[in-house]
Design a binder for this molecule. Structure first.
Ligand SMILES: *Cc1c(COP(=O)(O)O)cnc(C)c1O
Length: 372
């Protein structure tokens, strides 16, 4: 079945008790069990699971071609859950360009859990291979990366890691399964902040892990989630489930809009560099073309000059909103270094765009007038 059809039908069974076509939301915190705590209806307590969350997990596993999925209260909670399953003494290899809160996590939190991290440029496959040690338990990939839109070769990295029996996780938040399906390329675990494109309307927070194989890891993850309390609430699960029905249509439009903007920015005289994998000049374009269906709705660019010139552009836009996050219907602009603060590695003249669903002419015109 094609992914557009899966997006509409996965986890969308008609409610058997009422015939409701839209999924019901059960807010109950507790479910009837037998006198010796026998599970009768498949649910027990809300911190474990709820029916809407189960529907969402079924849909996400299908979309990514995985055997199992676990949904969390946020993308961070999902990423942390995987790391919580690793024994102390483990080593994890992270990419140098990564979602900033994960950088904060590996700098400030992982050492306290006895987990060692190594940071590498994953464009350099020989360097990645050399970084794998006997205690390496995970290779973490973020492609396209945040905010530099670096492209990592999921297939090549998976082959290298698997040769040492190390599993690979791909943060697929920017691409979504509509554009890139890491499990099919050899990765073992896919991570999402569903707060972004899945929700799609800047009004819900969530996270997810999709696993290629239904292994012991699923049980460990569900245990971490239950004990640390990072389940997705019924209503948040419902909003993400609702969002994913239109995900294929939206990703197509986000991508064509971003492509038009990248092309226009590339010609603008006040722009020093544009980072968008759809551009022929992007260093990861060939790999992106192989592993992505479109090139996504995220891009970043450097304004000629420095910090002041970049902030000036961000202050002059009229349609773009200055706001963090991404994946909503509205176009957003952000001076990334000031948002990321002390953990940032972003250049002082870098602006990041989350390209929305407006008509491309209007958002291009807005950026060009701000750059003048
Ligand atoms: C936002 C984001 C996260 C974190 O997700 P939250 O839902 O905010 O916790 C992780 N990875 C990427 C690439 C993101 O953009």
């Amino acid at each position: 079945m094609k992914i557009e059809t899966i997006a509409v039908h996965a986890g969308a069974e008609v409610d058997s008790s009422t015939g409701a076509v839209a999924p019901p939301i059960h807010l109950s915190t507790t479910y009837e069990h037998g006198p010796a705590s026998e599970e009768i209806h498949g649910y027990s307590y809300i911190r474990e699971k709820n029916p809407t969350q189960s529907r969402l997990e079924e849909a996400l596993a299908q979309l990514d071609g995985g055997e199992a999925a676990a949904v969390f209260s946020s993308g961070m909670a999902a990423g942390v859950a995987i790391l919580q399953t690793l024994p102390p003494g483990s080593n994890v290899i992270f990419p140098d360009d990564i979602y900033v809160t994960f950088r904060r996590l590996y700098r400030d939190f992982l050492p306290n859990w006895g987990i060692h991290s190594t940071v590498v440029d994953q464009q350099n496959l020989a360097g990645l291979k050399a970084a794998i040690r006997p205690n390496t338990r995970l290779v973490w990939v973020d492609t396209p990366s945040n905010p530099l839109m670096k492209i990592s070769d999921i297939k090549a990295i998976s082959e290298i890691a698997h040769a040492s029996n190390v599993p690979v996780l791909v943060d697929n938040t920017f691409a979504t399964p509509i554009i890139q399906r890491p499990i099919g390329l050899g990765a073992d675990i896919v991570l999402y902040s569903t707060t972004k494109y899945f929700g799609g309307h800047s009004d819900v927070q969530g996270g997810a892990l999709v696993l290629g194989k239904r292994s012991d890891l699923v049980k460990k993850l569900l245990s971490v989630r239950q004990v640390l309390g990072s389940v997705s609430s019924p209503f948040n699960s419902w909003l993400v489930l609702r969002g994913l029905r239109t995900l294929p249509c939206r990703m197509e439009r986000h991508s064509s809009n971003a492509n038009a903007i990248a092309t226009a920015l590339k010609k603008a005289s006040n722009v020093e560099a544009v980072f968008y994998p759809g551009l022929l000049t992007h260093e990861g374009h060939d790999i992106a073309k192989r592993q992505m269906k479109y090139f996504g709705g995220m891009l970043s660019f450097q304004v000629r000059g420095g910090y002041d010139q970049a902030v000036r552009v961000a202050s002059r836009v009229k349609l773009f909103l200055n706001a963090t996050s991404l994946g909503g219907t509205e176009s957003l602009i952000e001076h990334r270094a000031s948002n990321e603060g002390e953990y940032s590695t972003a250049q002082p003249n870098l602006l990041r765009l989350s390209v929305g669903l407006e008509h491309p002419d209007d958002i291009i015109e807005d950026l060009l007038q701000a750059l003048r």
